[in-house]
Design a protein around this ligand. Structure first.
Ligand code: FAD
Length: 291
């Protein structure tokens, strides 16, 4: 049986000091919903577990000037019950409602979801369409990275051994307030995504002023579909445009076949999920679709 040293610091600076000293011998623990199964499966080599759940600086959802700040310890449940997200940034709440079950949602955090870097990380998808910024710190540096540049490959991020996420931020803009998320899994609860799509849309005078599209479980990492976004930007919305955009989405995703679904199905369904999310948002701005 493996023995771990368990440390429960009270401040972010204490964590950074430990990370600087221990590097890959240390592992941050938040909600533990990924770390615990990984320990059981002997996938964690680190011998020092740093429990960050007592650090108040890393908690909370609040407005900060023209931005919304999310602490990395924000739980999935808090995304559902926070006034800020549930009233104004529903794309986050919708993703949280589709996440695991109430028990897991109560402990699992958004920081843990992002660092796990699973292609099926559900909260990464709305955060990508909100164009979120990840705030990263170590004892030697502070840096900010767009979420779309955070993932490197399945299970891999740009985080160095001595770095941690200290915050996630996005703008309080019109486009960010008009988002929609859809997940498809093998069952209605406790399902790993077969595919997820989120769209954030701003329409002005029937034209697409801003659009962001993200997808999960259809590429090695959660991805922004910037090709489809560029195709749609500044165009007038009509049925033909939407059909062409569906083709662009299906061309841009890079799915694989696994036990949950085939590559072909994932490609097909990502186009359909995009269409549903886009129409939901566009229909509330204009009313000229035929189906
Ligand atoms: C039964 C079950 C159902 C699940 N269902 C879903 C689902 O529907 N959708 C989904 O997306 N995921 C799901 N998951 C996966 C998991 O719950 C999520 O990825 C969760 O968000 C991880 O958060 P956590 O706080 O538990 O992370 P932890 O397990 O504590 O940590 C995960 C990783 O993140 C690192 N980490 C955590 N916080 C920080 C930080 N601030 N800075 C740097 N590194 C950090 C840890 O070192 C570790 O490497 C499920 C897991 C289980 C066990």
């Amino acid at each position: 049986m493996s023995l771990f040293k368990y440390i429960s610091p009270k401040t972010k600076d204490e964590v950074l000091e430990i990370l600087q000293k221990e590097k890959s011998n240390a592992c941050i623990v938040a909600g533990c919903s990924n770390v615990l199964p990984n320990i059981r499966d002997k996938e964690i080599k680190a011998k020092v577990l740093i429990d960050i759940t007592n650090i108040e600086q890393l908690k909370g959802i609040y407005q900060k000037e023209d931005k919304i700040f999310l602490g990395p310890l924000t739980t999935i449940n808090e995304l559902i019950y926070s006034d800020i997200t549930s009233k104004e940034y529903k794309v986050l709440t919708q993703a949280a409602q589709e996440f695991a079950d109430p028990l897991v949602r109560n402990t699992a955090t958004i920081g843990g979801n992002l660092v796990t870097a699973s292609p099926a990380a559900d909260i990464a998808i709305p955060l990508l369409t909100l164009d979120a910024l990840i705030k990263i710190e170590s004892t030697r540096d502070k840096r900010e990275v767009k979420l779309k540049d955070f993932f490197v490959g399945p299970g891999e991020t740009i985080l160095q051994d001595d770095e941690m996420i200290v915050g996630i931020e996005f703008e309080q803009s019109d486009v960010n307030k008009n988002g929609y998320f859809i997940k498809i899994g093998q069952r209605k609860a406790m399902a790993i995504s077969i595919a997820t799509v989120a769209v954030n849309l701003e329409v002005r005078q029937n034209k697409i002023n801003q659009i962001r599209i993200a997808a999960g479980s259809v590429a090695p990492t959660p991805v922004r579909l910037t090709g489809a976004e560029s195709f749609l930007k500044n165009k007038e919305i009509n049925d033909k445009l939407v059909e062409e955009a569906i083709d662009r989405v299906r061309e841009e995703v890079k799915p694989i076949s696994d036990i949950r679904a085939s590559e072909e199905y994932r490609r097909y369904i990502s186009g359909l999920l995009f269409k549903r999310a886009f129409k939901k948002l566009a229909d509330s701005s204009i009313h000229q679709f035929t189906n």
